[in-house]
Design a protein around this ligand. Structure first.
Ligand code: 6LW
Length: 496
């Protein structure tokens, strides 16, 4: 059967995957969003169903007022002796820690800290030992891929932290993972940085401590010279074997908004690329060392893609996220309805405004929602949000008895009120129509037609402009002394 990349669309960066009891489990980074580390399950590596989050309690991760694109960086998920482990870094507090669970559908433990620097930690279990692998500097001042043995019960280091590989020479050596396959230990990592120069490289050794011999044709996988091609930034991968014995790399990548426009607003998404081990024990990836849009995959499966998102067919605890730690009193979320109570925190702040969002999953969509704004002075609406300095907001503003529909664009911190339209009441229908390169905003009130308020170019919300690691999130929000009551919400995605 054929599948099409990305296998998981939208802002789900830094994927890591493991196999357990005939299923695959995947985690992604989540930065300033809470709950943190979205957790997915699949039976074919192509269709991924989110089953929850790993970091669901404030005691597991501190995100109070942390910088956008700070917080939870790349995670790794591994399964050993009936227990799942997720290890990651809070890049704002510079803490490396892991949590564990014996029930993948339940809660995860309190964090176990590991006294190591760097980011992109990984775990390997081999010969009854647990190895903590990441990047950073070792106990002797060497930088590169750093390994130490740990007591998995306590996180205590049981050996010196030692640099075991310095990569193939690319900048930003990150995302190391080690695998024991046959007689070799394979050490795979990302180099080049998570933009257009991203690549996956690897080396092998007959010892977990090296000396590691570089694959002679590194990088084994990259799209850095694949042009013109929409899929770019391939890197940060994890190796996984499927039930038919075939190997794959699941990695991050991104889709440019247009063949000739090197901007991406959706964030880094998840791609699946086939891998082949050769007689000589080296492996290759893709047809030519690059990630294509479509591949054949053994197995009897259909690739399903959800195109319609509503309050009724999404789960507030799984599909929706808050900015940092929410004040739960500000939200009343139920089947088919969301009631948000504003505070004085705005979307332009590095804080936790009244905001609940769902990742933008593809370029072209139409969003419609009813909204009713009541209270004293303030606004309630929908935002296409990259971070506090890049977001487009359509809202119903209430100032005493005066109501207005307002379109605001925040581009690089330049706050521009693009259009207003008078309303006779606080009830309205807000509409967003998105193309690959542009967002258009409309309002309609009882019985009236759609008023086009204006729009904004998608590239000003892109990672290239905003500079972060996240992707656009479509958020419901309220600011000020108002309550915003949303019903009949839907986002419908359409193909090119
Ligand atoms: C991730 C690291 C990286 O931890 O960006 O650029 C970090 N590379 O691999 C956040 O995605």
């Amino acid at each position: 059967m054929q599948y099409k990349n990305p296998v998981l669309k939208g802002f789900y960066p830094d994927p890591s995957v493991c196999e357990a009891n005939g299923k695959y489990y995947m985690v992604c980074s989540s930065f300033q969003y809470f709950p943190g580390v979205p957790l997915f399950e699949s039976s074919d590596l192509v269709n991924w169903k989110q089953i929850g989050h790993v970091l669901t309690r404030r005691s597991q991760v501190e995100l109070e007022k942390i910088n956008s694109s700070g917080g939870v960086f790349a995670p790794t998920i591994r399964y050993n002796n009936g227990r799942f482990y997720m290890v990651t870094t809070n890049d704002t507090t510079h803490k490396n820690f892991y949590v564990y669970t014996d029930d993948i559908y339940g809660e995860w433990s309190e964090p176990v800290e590991v006294d190591r620097d760097g980011i992109d930690p990984s775990l390997m279990f081999d010969g009854g030992k647990a190895y903590f692998i990441g990047n950073g500097t070792d106990d002797y001042g060497e930088s590169g891929v750093i390994q130490c043995e740990i007591n998995i019960e306590t996180g205590e280091k049981l050996s010196h932290a030692k640099c075991i590989w310095k990569g193939s020479g690319g900048r930003f050596l990150e995302s190391p993972h080690m695998y024991k396959i046959g007689k070799y230990y394979y050490l795979m990592a990302a180099e080049g940085g998570t933009e257009y120069g991203h690549m996956i490289t690897y080396a092998r050794s007959e010892s977990a401590w090296g000396k590691f011999e570089n694959y002679p044709a590194n990088p084994v996988l990259t799209n850095r010279n694949k042009a013109p091609f929409i899929i770019q930034g391939i890197g940060h991968g994890d190796l996984v074997q499927d039930k038919n014995g075939n190997w794959h790399i699941i990695s991050l990548g991104f889709r440019q908004m247009h063949m000739w426009m090197a901007y991406h607003q959706l964030g880094r998404e998840v791609f699946l690329t086939p891998v082949k081990f050769n007689e000589d024990g080296w492996f290759t990836a893709g047809n030519d060392g690059t990630t294509d849009e479509c591949y054949e995959l053994d197995g009897d499966f259909e690739q399903n893609e959800k195109k319609l998102y509503t309050f009724e067919n999404t789960d507030w605890n799984t599909d929706w996220v808050f900015l940092r730690h929410p004040n739960e009193k500000q939200y009343n979320l139920s089947d088919g309805r969301a009631i948000l109570h504003g505070t004085d925190i705005t979307l332009d702040e590095v804080d936790s405004p009244t905001f609940i969002g769902i990742r933008q999953r593809d370029f072209r969509f139409e969003l419609v929602t009813n909204i009713s704004v009541s209270g004293e002075n303030g606004e309630g609406g929908v935002t296409v949000y990259m971070c506090e300095n890049e977001h487009y907001d359509i809202s119903v503003c209430k100032n005493g008895d005066d109501y207005q529909a307002v379109l605001k664009l925040n581009i690089g911190g330049i706050k521009h009120k693009q259009a207003t339209a008078p309303l006779t009441e606080g009830n309205a229908k807000l509409i967003i129509k998105a193309q690959n390169t542009f967002y258009d905003f409309y309002v309609s009130c009882s019985g009236g037609g759609e008023i086009h308020l204006g729009g904004g170019n998608a590239k000003y919300l892109s990672s290239e402009v905003s500079g972060g690691f996240t992707g656009t999130v479509i958020g419901l929000y309220a600011v000020g002394k108002v309550t915003a009551d949303y019903t009949d919400f839907m986002i419908k995605y359409t193909d090119e």
